[in-house]
Design a protein around this ligand. Structure first.
Ligand SMILES: Nc1ncnc2c1ncn2[C@@H]1O[C@H](COP(=O)(O)OP(=O)(O)OP(=O)(O)O)[C@@H](O)[C@H]1O
Ligand SMILES: [Mg+2]
Length: 347
């Protein structure tokens, strides 16, 4: 990618509104407090959180809220640049520094002068690059590849990591000195499963946004599906929610959400077949059906907070029929915690 395209200007109007970004959960209130405290300073900030929790949104917000907002925002996705190129990408090079260096080129660090440099997935950087960045943080100097003299740059560093960088540093997989420099302030972004109170705000925001952009008018989501969403674990966090709502707006049917919110049906439903003896097709099919039903019922029970009434409704079978099927498939013998209490009350 040519370096000129590496810079952007961040417009707050392209970010979700503040009440959507922060919602109303206390963990986000803590993150907001830290962000507001440091936005106007030049202190390096480390954003930690699972994939899709909004690290880039926060990094852009930090930039947009700082007095650097009129200058460049430069994002570097560290693992996307091969380690053989990263030094010249970040710090630039002089003409003749290596084969193919026909002219002098500025690196992304220089492009971020007076602005913000966002290092995404910083945990993947090699120790030698960390050392060069440490130098920038210490005295604002660096050298282009192949250069003799050092240069000065004033760029605010914001880093993001999915993994726990402290642990990585303590295990010797990340420089401790660099870690202590970049985590002057750490903002932890909570996973969506810990922000159930914010789900309705986010759902409404994405519904509204995609309805407008596709000019479609989907029905509001049912209480059943929003209940299941509240209990879902959201491994892909807000990005996953956004993708789901986009699909819903396009398809207009909650069925497309159920497939994602319910864990996949088991693949090993064909029972062991003893080829040494004749078998009854009827018997073996019945056993397979029971196994499949059992798996489905357990998933739906789990998604419905172990409520048998809701599960029966959801599966469109009677309550009695659900109890019968649970007994028929020997659910009582399962050892897991919530199942045990449930199993004891189906007797
Ligand atoms: N608090 C929020 N409110 C509304 N939308 C958000 C929020 N946080 C993130 N999003 C949206 O979710 C998507 C993912 O956000 P973002 O790219 O910032 O996550 P990330 O933590 O950087 O993810 P990754 O680790 O995978 O790079 C984006 O489309 C973003 O606009
Ligand atoms: Mg990101």
């Amino acid at each position: 990618m040519p370096l000129a395209r590496a810079t952007e200007f961040v417009d707050l109007r392209n970010l979700p509104p503040m009440d959507v970004i922060f919602g109303r959960s206390s963990m986000m209130a803590a993150a907001r407090g830290k962000l507001e405290h440091v936005a106007e300073t030049t202190v390096p900030v480390l954003l930690q959180g699972e994939s899709g929790t909004g690290k880039e949104v926060f990094a852009k917000l930090l930039h947009a809220r700082s007095n650097r907002s009129k200058c460049a925002w430069v994002k570097v996705t560290c693992p996307a640049i091969p380690s053989s190129l990263i030094e010249s990408e970040l710090f630039g090079y002089e003409k003749g520094a290596f084969t193919g260096a026909y002219s002098t080129k500025r690196g992304r660090m220089e492009l971020a002068h007076m602005g913000t440099m966002f290092l995404d997935e910083v945990g993947s950087l090699d120790a030698s690059i960390q050392a060069k960045l440490l130098q920038v943080l210490q005295d604002g100097t660096f050298t282009r590849v192949g250069a003799q003299e050092s240069r000065r740059v004033d760029a605010r560093l914001v880093c993001a990591a999915k993994e726990n960088l402290r642990h990585q540093a303590e295990d010797g997989n990340f420089r401790l000195d660099f870690f202590f420099r970049i985590n002057a302030v750490t903002i932890d972004l909570p996973p969506l499963r810990q922000r159930a109170a914010d789900l309705p705000i986010l759902i409404d925001y994405f519904l509204d946004m995609y309805s407008k952009s596709y000019r479609l008018e989907p029905k509001p989501l049912s209480r059943e599906i929003t209940g299941i969403m509240q209990r879902y674990s959201w491994p892909g966090n807000i990005r996953q929610l956004e993708n789901m709502i986009r699909s819903y707006v396009l398809i207009g049917d909650e069925e497309c959400l159920i497939a994602d919110l319910m864990p996949a049906a088991p693949t090993g439903i064909i029972p062991e077949i003893d080829l040494a003896n004749p078998i009854s097709l009827k018997e073996i099919t019945r056993a397979a059906r029971r196994g499949l039903e059992r798996e489905i019922i357990l998933k739906v029970l789990q998604a419905n907070g172990w409520s048998r009434r809701k599960t029966a409704n959801w599966l469109n079978i009677s309550y009695r029929s659900l109890l019968y099927k649970l007994q028929e498939s020997n659910v009582r013998e399962l050892p897991a915690g919530p199942l045990k209490s449930m199993a004891s009350d189906i007797q």
